[in-house]
Design a protein around this ligand. Structure first.
Ligand SMILES: [Zn+2]
Length: 289
């Protein structure tokens, strides 16, 4: 599932290509992917130029000259592919990133005045695009539930700790996955940051010491930034802003490394379940409560 670093990779790629470009038409192949009446799309999107591409948590925000914004959530299998003066593709890693489009995963195409196209592909159809008045974004039902951003700008250690201590009885992994505490962290980065901080996923937030919080804060920020530098994560292949395969899986310390030795102590990494998700830990470094 695309997480914060992958969505940030999409943002970086689009923000180098889209601003100033004008939407000429929109083709929709799956109505639920972009559920906005045709009349509204015609008035608020067609003929509009892109002002800025931003991100909030895992949501992309494309501000238009009509003072409306497109919100794009990639959910499980969404991806964005730009085909124009060059090709830029990011999001869920599969062949659609590099193959001829549209294909059977294409849900929406934005055709731009200069002849370039932006494809929204989504194999499993959980992703969505919404249209919201830019000035009303702070009140938008999805965005308003999100907690603070972990990076860009970096959350301070104090705010980080305070955010998690609002839910003192939550277990560490579940808390990290909660988008309303801190936005954008998913399964991969939760496992990686807990390992970095030597914390067990089932440990309650109240049991964390100041040193634990400092280690978790540093561990999370480090892994998110490293992943963005490397162009996001991937199960198979991943194409980042410059068409290079993302290499996060090659530097993951625990995620999908079950059966392999811990980089710190050599103990075999194990896979268990926590917060309903496959969870990877070192049983020596991350002692169960
Ligand atoms: Zn270990």
């Amino acid at each position: 599932m695309p997480e914060l670093p992958e969505v940030e990779t999409v943002r970086l790629g689009l923000s180098r290509r889209l601003p100033g470009k004008v939407i000429r038409s929109i083709d929709i192949f799956h109505g639920k992917a972009f559920d906005v009446p045709e009349e509204a799309r015609k008035v608020l999107c067609v003929g509009a130029s892109v002002v800025e591409v931003r991100r909030r948590g895992k949501v992309l925000i494309v501000d238009l000259s009509t003072e409306y914004s497109l919100l794009i959530h990639l959910k499980m299998t969404g991806q964005v592919v730009f085909v124009g003066e060059d090709r830029f593709a990011a999001g869920h890693p599969n062949d659609s990133l590099v193959s001829k489009l549209p294909d059977n995963s294409t849900r929406v195409i934005f055709k731009l005045e200069d002849g370039s196209h932006v494809y929204f592909n989504d194999q499993r159809k959980f992703g969505w695009i919404r249209l919201v008045k830019t000035s009303e974004l702070p009140e938008e039902e999805f965005l308003k539930r999100l907690g603070p951003e972990p990076i860009n700008p970096d959350i301070s250690l104090k705010d980080f700790k305070n955010a998690y201590l609002k839910r003192p009885n939550m277990k560490a992994k579940a808390a990290l996955l909660s988008q309303d505490i801190v936005a954008g962290v998913g399964n991969i980065y939760a496992d990686e940051s807990l390992w970095a901080a030597k914390l067990h996923p089932e440990q309650k937030m109240t049991s964390l010491t100041d040193v634990d919080f400092a280690n978790l804060h540093k561990g999370l920020l480090d892994v998110l930034k490293l992943s963005i530098e490397r162009g996001g994560s991937s199960n198979h292949t991943y194409v980042n802003a410059d068409g290079v395969k993302g290499s996060f899986s090659s530097f993951a310390k625990v995620f999908r490394r079950e059966g392999q030795p811990c980089f710190t102590c050599g103990t075999e990494i194990i896979k268990t379940r926590s917060a309903g998700r496959g969870t990877h830990t070192c049983p020596t470094c991350q002692v169960a409560p």
